[in-house]
Design a protein around this ligand. Structure first.
Ligand code: HEM
Ligand code: HEM
Length: 144
């Protein structure tokens, strides 16, 4: 089960990265146009993928933690610290930014501000995610 969940988590990374880039480009490109259904839909898909990744990540984290013999070594070992602390905390921050970015659509703001605010929040989330994905230890193709 862990392998399947990790593959799903791995696959969702690509969906999130693609949706972040598409959302950022669309919001920047349409900055002077009305904030309409397509912008809300793109934000919604991003949000669904981000929250699914969070849930799957939490389950993987729980399974991994319960099978770890000695938890007291986590902070002293850089690989374990990355896996159990740095990656989850940084990604949680990125997902919170995505959630706030999506929520901007519901705020009482001008359409231009909605585009700019969501694009900026998504951009910061993208940078955090790019920096904190375990690129060197994960397969680029889920399941391989
Ligand atoms: C640990 C589990 C989860 C937490 C803590 C969580 C938390 C949140 C929060 C705080 C919001 C923002 C509410 C608002 O301000 O409007 C939200 C919205 C949302 N969540 Fe989650 N969520 C979780 C799991 C999921 C899952 C599994 C999905 C779908 C696969 C999901 C899909 C959504 C969607 C689509 C919205 C946006 C609704 C909208 O704005 O129209 N969430 N969630
Ligand atoms: C945008 C959010 C996230 C992205 C893009 C992401 C991406 C990834 C990737 C690509 C992997 C490697 C998968 C593999 O080896 O096949 C991974 C592993 C992992 N992620 Fe995430 N992740 C995110 C959020 C989270 C969150 C919120 C948590 C925990 C709450 C989490 C917990 C984990 C854990 C425990 C592993 C397993 C590491 C291992 O077994 O080596 N992730 N993540």
């Amino acid at each position: 089960m862990l392998k399947g969940l990790l593959d799903l988590h791995n696959l969702l990374r690509w969906l999130i990265l693609i949706l972040l880039v598409v959302n950022i480009i669309k919001n920047f490109a349409d900055a002077k146009k009305p904030f309409v259904k397509i912008h809300k839909k793109l934000g919604l898909w991003l949000m669904i993928c981000a929250h699914l990744t969070l849930v799957v990540g939490l389950v993987v984290l729980g399974i991994d933690l319960s099978s770890l013999a000695d938890r007291s070594t986590i902070m002293a070992n850089s690989a374990l610290r990355f896996k159990f602390v740095e990656h989850p905390v940084a990604m949680l921050i990125a997902i919170v930014l995505i959630t706030i970015g999506k929520g901007v659509a519901k705020k009482d703001l001008s359409d231009m501000k909605k585009h700019r605010k969501s694009a900026l929040l998504y951009l910061i989330a993208l940078i955090i995610i790019l920096a904190m994905v375990p690129w060197s230890t994960s397969s680029l193709v889920p399941g391989m």
